[in-house]
Design a protein. Structure first.
Length: 344
């Protein structure tokens, strides 16, 4: 099954900065293939994590969705890794003077314009999918970006907080907080006990998500955080089953290089769910489709080539490739390697 140009129909599961960079690489790789065939490329589909969404100062924020849209539009701040390039923070400063919002969570003025537009449309009755369709019409993204679900399933982290005793024999208590507070304010320093998305068991995949997966030739799992970026997507009822049933090859890209996380605090998240910070352990976490898991192939870095045999024993085809996405060119090369991994 291929698109009208003969190029593969591609679906990417993504979240965060890694997902944004990888999505850019996929677009470039597909455009290059289209140029080689003198054809216009079909837009590919990105299923974006919405687990880290939140309400703040009366507006609805979708950090992963916005990171992906801004990156594809070429307006993202590549230095900070989030938000709009060249943004100012006058409104954020004024909010803090009023004691509103979170003083440790910055909203840029241009970024706030996005949140206000989104919130207004939601208040008018549009779904998150419809809102994202409107947002995507502003720029030529070269991709169809879909939220994983239209339901609000914000990520909650339950931490062990020794700073607030409550009669527990150990002096530790369990304290839930929004993922953004744990990630941005505390920089994942509080030990996480579990990650939850309340209400996700009753959620349904956003319109178009399951159809895109069923009709794909290739499904790519971006090198995003397996626990808080990819995990919520897979937890939406129907998506995991859809991935297992699709005729497409499912290819994942390791977010671990040489036993280290590439960005952020994914190692803390992995430790909390009992997964080692290694490429092989994350592959085992996703599992092989031949053993009730998800993966057909798993891209690992050259630094982790020694684990290829271990991954192969899981029933997953290991593919060694350069994984560092240092710029647009290396991101495209990685995406091309992932596409080729689906062609065996």
């Amino acid at each position: 099954m291929t698109g009208r140009t003969g190029l593969p129909r591609v679906v990417v599961l993504a979240g965060g900065v890694g997902g944004s960079k990888f999505s850019l690489g996929v677009r470039t790789a597909l455009n290059r293939r289209a140029d080689a065939e003198a054809a216009a490329p079909d837009p590919f589909t990105i299923v974006a994590n919405t687990g880290d969404d939140l309400w703040l100062s009366g507006v609805r924020l979708q950090p992963d969705v916005d990171s992906i849209v801004y990156a594809l539009a070429g307006v993202n701040d590549t230095v900070r890794g989030w938000g709009r390039a060249g943004d100012s923070e006058r409104v954020n400063h004024e909010l803090q003077q009023w004691g509103a919002g979170w003083p440790w969570f910055t909203l840029g003025d241009l970024d706030l314009g996005t949140h206000l537009a989104r919130t207004g449309w939601l208040r008018e009755g549009l779904t998150p999918t419809q809102v994202l369709e409107r947002m995507s019409a502003r720029w030529p993204l070269g991709a169809r970006v879909l939220p994983m679900t239209d339901a609000e399933v914000d990520s909650i982290v339950t931490v062990s907080d020794s700073s607030a005793s409550a009669g527990d024999l150990d002096g530790d208590i369990e304290r839930p907080m929004h993922f953004q507070e744990w990630w941005t304010r505390h920089r994942a320093a509080l030990r996480p006990l579990r990650f939850d998305n309340p209400g996700i068991g009753a959620a349904v995949a956003a319109p178009g998500v399951l159809d895109a997966i069923a009709q794909a030739d290739v499904v790519l799992i971006a090198p995003s955080n397996p626990v808080v970026s990819i995990g919520p997507i897979l937890a939406v009822p129907g998506i995991r089953a859809g991935l297992r049933a699709t005729p497409a090859r499912v290819v994942g890209v390791s977010p671990i290089i040489g036993g280290q996380v590439v960005r952020g605090m994914a190692d803390v998240c992995l430790t909390a769910i009992g997964v080692e910070t290694t490429a092989a352990a994350v592959a085992a976490h996703y599992g092989a489709r031949s053993s009730e898991g998800l993966l057909d192939s798993w891209l690992i870095a050259e630094e982790d080539a020694a684990s290829a045999a271990e991954i192969g024993r899981l029933g997953i085809r290991p593919v060694v490739a350069p994984l560092w996405m240092r710029d647009a060119a290396t991101s495209a090369e990685l995406a091309e390697a992932a596409l080729r991994a689906a062609e065996f």
